[in-house]
Design a protein around this ligand. Structure first.
Ligand SMILES: Nc1ncnc2c1ncn2[C@@H]1O[C@H](COP(=O)(O)OP(=O)(O)OP(=O)(O)O)[C@@H](O)[C@H]1O
Length: 250
């Protein structure tokens, strides 16, 4: 049986303001099986960040259900929500969100440090994660000594320390040039091929075309949910490599 990384049912979110109630999500339903790679797209104001906040346990829905494993986040206490957020979600942000004073391996350790779970075994795992994202020879570098792509790879390694339900990425290539975007998208391909589930929000077609599936929101509703064919994914991969090569040759 296929296990679900998350299941979303009739999810609604309303923001009650003094003058009006904004219906940011108006009943969104979809499942994400483990191992899937989903790009969430949609115009500005369509509800992407609102959905991302709930998938990341940063906020609760007004109604509906969002299951992470067997846990329904709408029924969780705030403490439990914070615990799931720090232990079971791997965030990757556009701006990397690394701590400048810490080294590569220390940045990867941060979530474990905050949970008081940083023993010798965990330290070793962080070194291995740095290796997984190709930074085995940069363990003691600080963020300012790294390129944007390398910094994002640190953030990706950090997102994996907790064995998350999924990697949740918000415009992960938004700050990167085409060569570095290609590098990060190749990293996501590798992680997804190894079985990790990825959910990302993007405005960029070239990023969405690399996912296995594209979910589009419009006016707080899901307006399409389409699988990318392997052929189209491969075409997008080749186009991304060609763009990266063109920059290298300039
Ligand atoms: N904290 C809030 N209080 C009130 N309204 C909000 C709040 N957050 C979002 N909204 C409103 O909810 C709707 C959905 O916003 P959301 O940020 O989820 O859209 P988005 O698709 O992520 O947009 P963008 O691509 O511009 O980031 C918008 O109308 C927005 O103004």
């Amino acid at each position: 049986m296929v296990r679900l990384a998350t299941s979303i049912r009739e999810l609604k979110k309303e923001y009650v303001l003094k003058s009006e109630t904004v219906r940011a999500l108006r009943g969104v339903s979809f499942d994400v099986p483990e191992g899937d790679y989903v790009a969430i797209m949609g115009p500005s104001g369509s509800g992407k960040s609102t959905l991302l906040n709930m998938l990341g346990c940063l906020d609760k829905p007004s109604s509906g259900q969002l299951l992470l494993g067997d846990d329904d986040i709408s029924r969780m206490t705030d403490d439990k929500l914070a615990e799931v957020r720090s232990r079971r979600i791997g965030f990757v942000f556009q701006s990397y969100n690394l701590i400048q004073q810490l080294t590569v391996v220390e940045n990867i350790q941060v979530p474990l440090y905050y949970q008081g779970r940083l023993g010798p075994k965990e330290r070793q795992r962080c070194v291995e994660l740095a290796g997984l994202v190709g930074l085995h020879d940069r363990l003691d570098h600080r963020p300012t000594q790294l390129s944007g792509g390398q910094q994002q790879r640190v953030a990706i390694a950090r997102s994996l320390v907790n064995d998350p339900y999924f990697i949740l990425a918000d415009e992960p290539t938004g700050n990167l040039d085409s060569r570095t975007t290609a590098e990060i998208l190749a990293m996501f391909d590798q992680l997804n091929n190894e079985g990790r589930t990825i959910i990302l929000v993007t405005h960029e077609d070239e990023v969405a075309e690399r996912a296995r599936r594209v979910v589009r929101l419009k006016d707080g509703l899901l307006c399409s949910d389409v699988q990318n064919s392997e052929e189209n994914r491969e075409k997008a991969r080749q186009a991304s490599l060609a763009a990266a090569e063109a920059v290298r040759d300039e």
